[in-house]
Design a protein around this ligand. Structure first.
Ligand code: PLP
Length: 387
């Protein structure tokens, strides 16, 4: 049997390898603490769960949903974008319900990318940008995110020939894995660049609500002209602790949203209506829920920052998202450091090289583990004798 080239060309899923190692270490009796995957440890808010139960009990919701999402869900998204980002969205044709942001990235590629087209993908970056490109027959062109540029891509350094052949650019701020954020000036530059070369912008923005020390992350759509060149993909997964529920949204350019809808209509038929009602409930929660979440992540961020800098590691203090992006000690690769930390401390960190070449020399810690386990992990790192 011959698998498709597209499947064969997918690199092993980063976390599959990590999960294998965790299982192996646990078999040897090690009490492993995983700071690997970014998956909120706190529960989905009670009113959201209650709304799912109510809606699941209504037989009207047991049939196929509309592939584009309930009008009420799209309206809730539109109101939320207005309230949060002062962005106007027509729920009729500028909002699409998604089965999570990850799905949206793939469907956007299937909607826009032809075989041979380039997509511009950030490195280090969320791996589905690359695999979605491959699935659509396109080719990923790496945009290095360097610390000296604040982990923003240097758009001026993209060769003109590549820019002309590029169909899509992925940006993700607040950024996974670096925790970097984007300014309004950067988004303005991006809109100009996209307009000049007729490139679609995909602003993947699942961390738009998680900012620290009072910082409020921007939406790409806040910049004038953004809707002419692109879409934003957002998700209820991270702000409302709903990763398992599979619900998100694509918003912005009407033509792109329509094309993504055509793909969805022919592949997944949409999000379970009861989950959409729960999503509407989440979007209408008052701000205090997210503020409490932010306080928890911020406290954890401060603990990790203090511990790691205390043992001599260089570690940035992010303004947003839920990750710490840190330098490995001198003399290590990201893989060798992650291995030592697992073997000697029973702690899992993600090697930066897993996010692409420019991730080498770094490791990522996710702040999505309960405080007591995170403290224990930090205690073990302090005892590792790095200093
Ligand atoms: C978590 C995450 C997503 C979306 O997750 P979904 O659960 O599929 O909505 C998208 N992009 C990045 C960079 C993420 O970290």
């Amino acid at each position: 049997m011959e698998l498709s080239k597209r499947v064969k060309s997918v690199p092993p899923y980063l976390f599959a390898e990590i999960n294998r190692r965790i299982a192996e270490a646990r078999k040897r009796g090690i009490d492993v603490i995983s700071l690997g995957i970014g998956d909120p440890d706190m529960p989905t808010p009670r009113p959201v769960v209650d709304e799912l139960v109510r809606a699941a009990n209504d037989p009207k919701n047991h049939q196929y949903p509309d592939y584009e999402g309930l009008f009420a869900f799209r309206e809730a998204v539109s109101k939320w974008y207005m309230k949060r980002h002062s962005v106007t969205l027509d729920p009729e044709n500028e909002v699409l319900a998604l089965i999570g942001g990850k799905e949206g990235n793939l469907h956007l590629c299937l909607a826009m990318v032809n075989p041979g087209d380039y997509t511009l993908v950030p490195v280090p970056g969320y791996t589905p940008y690359r695999t979605s490109t491959i699935f659509a027959g396109g080719e990923a062109y790496d945009l290095p995110l360097l610390e000296e540029n604040g982990f923003l891509p240097d758009l001026a350094s993209i060769p003109k020939g590549v820019a002309r052949d590029a169909k899509l650019i992925f940006v993700n701020y607040p950024n996974n894995p670096t925790g970097a954020v984007a300014s309004r000036e950067f988004y303005k530059e991006l809109v100009d660049f996209a307009g000049e070369y007729d490139i679609v912008v995909c602003s993947d923005n699942p961390y738009s609500e998680i900012g620290f020390d009072g910082y409020r992350p921007l939406s790409f759509l806040e910049v004038s002209g953004a809707k002419d060149v692109g879409v934003e993909i957002n998700s209820l997964s991270k702000p409302y602790n709903m990763t398992g529920w599979r619900i998100g949204m694509a918003v912005g350019n009407e033509e792109i949203i329509g094309a993504m809808g055509t793909v969805k209509n022919n592949t997944d038929s949409g999000v379970f209506n009861a989950v959409q009602y729960a999503g509407i409930r989440a979007l209408s929660l008052d701000d205090s829920f997210i503020q409490q979440n932010i306080q928890v992540y911020q406290r954890r961020r401060d603990l990790v920052h203090e511990t790691l800098t205390g043992i001599g590691l260089k570690c940035l203090k992010p303004k947003a998202a839920m990750y710490m992006w840190c330098r490995v000690p001198e003399g290590h690769t990201s893989a060798s450091f992650a291995t030592i930390v697992l073997e000697k401390a029973g702690v899992v960190v993600t090697p930066g090289a897993g996010y692409g070449r420019e991730g080498e020399g770094y490791f990522r810690i996710s702040l999505t583990v309960p405080d007591s386990r995170l403290s224990e992990a930090m205690e073990r790192l302090r005892n590792l004798g790095l200093r």
